[in-house]
Ligand binder design. Sequence first.
Ligand code: BGC
Length: 811
Amino acid sequence: MRFGYFDDTKREYVITSPRTPLPWINYLGSEDFFTLCSNTAGGYSFYRDARLRRLTRYRYNNSPLDQEGFRFYIREDDIVWNPGWQPVQTELESYSCRHGLGYTVIEGSRGGVKASQEMLVPNKANCLLVRLSISNESGFAKKLSVFPYIEFCLWDAVDDSSNFQRNWSIGEVEIKGSAIYHKTEYRERRDHYAVFWADREPDAFDTSRDAFIGVYGSPARPEAVFGSGCTGSVAHGWQPIAAQQFDLELAAGESTSIVFGLGYIENSEDEKWEAPGVINKKKAEDLIAAYSCAGAFDRAMEELKASWADLLSHYIVGSGSEKLDRMVNIWNQYQCMVTFNMSRSASYFESGMGRGMGFRDSCQDLLGFVHMIPERARERILDIAATQFPDGSAYHQYQPLTKKGNLAVGSGFNDDPLWLIAGTDAYIRETGDWSILDENVPFDNDPSLAQPLSEHLRRSFRYTTEHLGPHGLPLIGRADWNDCLNLNCFSKHPGESFQITGPSEGPVAESVFIGGMYVKYGRAWADILKHTGLAAEAEAAESSISAVEAAVLDAGWDGEWFRRAYDAYGNVVGGSECEEGKIFIEPQGMCVMARVGAETGEAAKALESVKKMLDTKYGIVLLQPAYTKYHLELGEISSYPPGYKENAGIFCHNNPWIVCAETELGHGDRAFEVYARTAPAYIEDISEIHRTEPYVYSQMIAGSDAATFGEGKNSWLTGTAAWTFLSISQAILGVKPTLDGLMIDPCIPADVKGFTVTRKFRGAVYDITVENPDGVQKGIREVIVDGRRIEGNVLPVLESGSCTKVAVVMG
Ligand code: BGC
């Protein structure tokens, strides 16, 4: 069952019922100011950091769900409704929500009145703009009142939801003209405030929640809206809000629009006040003026659409398949941008209070967006590297506002260092910008410890080289990619962290998965060394890599698949002798991507085992059989009920590893089959089962052991976005940046006759046409560049600004 449809021409997903199985959200903003916006206008705004600079409140586990947001109440006589149905839930005569790239438009109508709520964050601006347009299509004159409403958060979202003894006394606002200023804590240490405004004077306002909603009222029945209107309340403590009232008279056929804004303003210490106790509003007034002039909203929308058209012009496929094209050309890349901005911090499943930017997460996210915004990828790599420790290990997370490593979580996740190589390698392959290696970057955020980035990568590689266990496999530490496989932690007490209980190092527990990573990204490091003239170091690296590769094929090989790990007692995890958790997906994907056993048959066997033992109709589950009880020696993985999350859920992130692995072996049919099984546009028809948004990936789909098999959770913020984009754009369609140029090496289903890709690469445009006359899955017969046949399949790097035709024949 569907709840909407894709409008590919407008690059929108159009939701046609407000009663989606869960709130289906969108992200507005792509640099510093962000708003999450659901299909009924629920959501919240923040500046840079969803924990430390939260502008508006959101209650995640509320019931009913999704109450807070940027709301409009429309009142006509005693009927009150919202353009997006929530929170009053008055039935609408028509409803639609168009989630576009960086904007959302919600339209609802009732009683001959049509309301449209358009929301966006303009490029480079620290504000949300919301235009409400009301048309009277009834044929009669109408008197309406319109009430916008938001609830402020007292900045630090954790403190805001816990420290009530203080917080209920500190709220402060100022009101001037059509603007409401939220200035809690500005009197002391804060140098920032929020401003809510309308582009015309309201008839009335409220800034106290108790006055507008009522102490015992609710957003579904605000007392001011259902009673006698706004009262001009000024919040002192308690819950500051911004609400206004506009009394409108619309003749038959008449329309009107009001533009609202919610902005974030910072003032330096010496400019904070315009008079004692009165905040300096200069910047806010400039912001308001900029967006209050005629045409400003439309211009902001046009600029936003133009920037997205440009971002998406770097990779465009023409496959003849509507679903594939919309995933590759629009939604997958869009999600990559969102994961780049948010890492795993703020979604409808991530509170924005828990995690900052993940070291491994952000490095992997790079793989999906580096072709769109290489400059920001560069900056991100340097920020991430600055949170590395001098020995090559790394803080597992850092806060986006401060860019400092997060002490509470610390380090000891032994895959982290290698992801820095993966991210930097992808950046250099995309851009050819070798100068990044010479950038001086602090260790542990301490400028006195700065070293060139190349030294950071060297220490990443060395960290693994020097942390091998009894079988010559890398030690796992607190966990590897699978945060929930905690072999050294032994957490016994409810409430304590599974990951950071126990020692961060153990001399015995080893990871076959990190072994595969070391081979794959170690080789990438060795290639970088060769390209920078460090042949001897490259050779030494290769010999360490070969030793680990041999260990993977020996102690890491189970006979039909790769084992997962050795636990702290030296027992096999993910082997045939295990009663539960016999086979895991991660080492099969990573080791085959690293080509371990590709020539000797183990790789093919491993992928056959995946198909035989882990495949389900909704995707490949993470392990089988699921753990049925808690294993102290395995940790969080066994804490989940069977079929959920890492305990045999369909963890979407590592499905594309299998896609990439299959293409290493030339299996185009199978690679595409795995790709399509979890790709959102391909499963739109089962939205009532899948429940999360049909335009983006979710982190996890409940596996076959779960009662809710097929149900998605944790949508949006997942490494799945980057990895699936990589798997389809590079592994299947085969357009791969390498250190020497763009390689064309498709691996496609045999019945695909051909496709086109337009790829912007290092400033030049490559118009690539691939034909597959013999119906092969992999293999290149010839490559013709601008009419001339070239040797091999790596396209020459062309002059920036040039445009080249490339004709590729498979066979
Ligand atoms: C984390 C990733 C991790 C994955 C698997 C996600 O929640 O953000 O870093 O690799 O879970 O455990």
